[in-house]
Design a protein around this ligand. Structure first.
Ligand SMILES: NC(=O)C1=CN([C@@H]2O[C@H](COP(=O)(O)OP(=O)(O)OC[C@H]3O[C@@H](n4cnc5c(N)ncnc54)[C@H](OP(=O)(O)O)[C@@H]3O)[C@@H](O)[C@H]2O)[C@@H](O)CC1
Ligand SMILES: Nc1ncnc2c1ncn2[C@@H]1O[C@H](COP(=O)(O)OP(=O)(O)O)[C@@H](O)[C@H]1O
Ligand SMILES: [K+]
Length: 475
């Protein structure tokens, strides 16, 4: 029975290699009971609910592997329920993998056939996409790409089996082109690529069917989906018998001339999320008060980076002048948790000595790069970062022995020990200057109040995405 995976707490994320391991364990424990039968049955049930009630046939696109096998089982079960089904496949039945070959034989025995092209001028009540799943190994091109283009242009809903064809389940990268599904029914477990990069735009509403696989058959994995907060992500209730000192003193350094707002946004967010006191070290010396949030204190940045604080953040609106570099060097020597954002990351990227210092810190370091900043830190292109966001964020976590939030659609939070989480809150309303500064402030607030660094970064990313959004006005 498919479920909404977002109702689960921190569901694990399985890469293609993990899924093959599950299949291996299942086959060893249950010979002769292919998982494909359950996958096809679940897909047929969902397809019944999604197909438009117009009497138009259901188009089933079936590929050359087991994803195509799932599609053929789905087609047979839908036809058995009285739906008109048009199967389109160019796969050579003689070369199908064993379970898919069985599905093809069953479909043919039930009177089914397959067209070798999508019929022109025909409208459909639903498209079932079973071209490629987690076995996608190269870019989609040729006839497959044409079919995907046709399917994406159809007015009816599209249901993708396992992953939208063309989307890499491990990374969320579109390889060539991909089905833009309205719904994706994914099998066994969630795949990281459904949640980050191009995944959310292509998967539509996610449904998960574990196909009856027992939890003890699932391999231990490094990744999970940040669907809901766990207890470790929450602060204890504020004791009545408390004072501002209990909730930490945070310092935020940044706000060079022309970018003062970045530091103010971070500072305001830190107060809003409960830091006991927040001092800004603004580089633009003309600014000494925030009239919109007069609780913010101001100190010379040189003094603030060397002050005894509970947490220090450096970066929002920092700029890259010589003064900023010196501030960063002093901040790296601090003994409290240190959050580096924006230009602090750019300065780090261009300076091997500072990078070395960052990697050697004994107090926790948290990095919050957007893909461009991550690319500078890794000395590669933004495209390379986006092609595998988990790998990029993991590399940064290892290199800097830091907790890292690689921002953007499906923010990836990685930890020095190798664990990672993909956030599921937020959306394109956050794609506006100043969003990242607010995230920095939220992280700072949670750290100031004593949350463990990795948990604070995850919780901040989740909460930032959960804030009520005011969508940009339609024009
Ligand atoms: N694991 C399980 O237990 C379960 C798995 N299940 C299902 O199986 C799916 C995985 O099946 P799979 O491994 O057969 O891979 P799949 O995605 O069908 O593609 C492989 C074929 O595609 C080809 N090919 C690849 N890329 C291509 C391209 N760009 N352009 C053209 N061809 C390309 C590739 O060709 P080759 O590289 O061999 O030349 C090969 O022939 C999984 O997503 C789920 O739906 C369920 O039944 C539930 C249980
Ligand atoms: N399309 C998107 N979907 C989800 N979150 C997004 C999207 N675009 C931006 N964000 C979020 O908005 C914030 C932007 O941060 P950043 O790029 O550093 O902006 P700035 O430095 O201008 O404040 C990050 O938290 C990022 O994850
Ligand atoms: K698919």
């Amino acid at each position: 029975m498919p479920i909404d995976p977002f109702t689960l707490v921190s569901p694990p994320l399985f890469a293609a290699a993990d899924l093959r391991e599950i299949e291996h364990r299942w086959t060893a424990a249950h010979p002769g009971r292919p998982l494909m039968a359950g996958a096809g049955a679940a897909a047929a049930d969902l397809a019944c609910m999604l197909a438009r009630d117009t009497g138009e046939p259901i188009l089933v696109l079936a590929g050359p592997g087991n994803n195509g096998g799932d599609a053929l089982v789905t087609a047979r079960l839908l036809a058995a329920q009285g739906f008109r089904v048009v199967v389109v496949s160019r796969a050579d039945p003689a070369r199908l993998p064993p379970d898919a070959a069985r599905a093809w034989a069953d479909w043919r025995d039930a009177g089914g056939n397959a067209l070798t092209d999508v019929p022109a001028g025909q409208s459909f009540g639903l498209v079932v996409d079973g071209l490629y799943g987690v076995g996608l190994v190269r870019a989609i091109e040729g006839e497959d790409a044409r079919w995907i283009g046709l399917a994406n242009a159809m007015a009816c809903p599209r249901l993708a089996l396992d992953v939208p064809s063309g989307l890499d389940g491990d990374t969320g990268q579109v390889r060539g082109c991909a089905v833009r599904a309205d719904h994706t029914l994914t099998f066994l477990g969630l795949k990281p690529g459904l949640l980050t990069a191009d995944g959310p735009d292509h998967a539509g509403t996610l449904h998960l069917d574990a196909l009856g696989v027992e939890p003890d058959m699932l391999p231990a994995v490094a990744g999970s989906a940040l669907t809901r907060l766990e207890a470790r992500h929450r602060l204890p209730p504020r004791p009545r018998n408390s004072h501002k000192g209990v909730f930490g003193h945070a310092g935020v350094v940044g706000g060079a001339q022309g970018m003062v707002g970045a530091a103010l946004i971070a500072g305001r967010a830190a107060l809003a999320y409960g830091a006991g006191a927040v001092t800004l070290g603004v580089l633009d010396a003309r600014v000494a008060v925030d009239y919109g949030e007069p609780r913010l204190m101001f100190a010379p940045p040189e003094r603030l980076v060397a002050a005894p604080l509970d947490v220090l953040a450096l970066g929002p609106g920092l700029g890259q002048a010589a003064q900023a570099r010196v501030l960063l060097e002093t901040a790296l020597a601090s003994t409290c948790p240190l959050v580096l954002d924006a230009d602090a990351l750019n300065l780090l990227a261009g300076d091997p000595a500072l990078s070395e210092m960052a990697a050697r810190r004994t107090a926790p370091t948290l990095l919050t790069p957007h893909p461009g900043e991550a690319a500078r830190l890794l000395a590669c292109g933004t495209y390379d970062v986006q092609a595998d966001r988990i790998a990029a964020a993991s590399m940064l976590a290892r290199r800097f022995r830091a907790h890292v939030a690689l921002k953007g659609a499906g923010t990836v939070v990685t930890h020095p020990q190798g664990r990672y989480a993909i956030n599921t809150t937020g959306g394109p309303h956050l794609a506006q200057a100043g969003s990242g500064d607010r995230l920095t402030g939220i992280v700072v607030a949670l750290l100031a109040q004593g949350m463990a660094p990795g948990d604070a970064l995850e919780a901040a990313v989740w909460r930032h995405g959960s804030e009520p959004s005011i969508p940009p006005a339609a024009i």
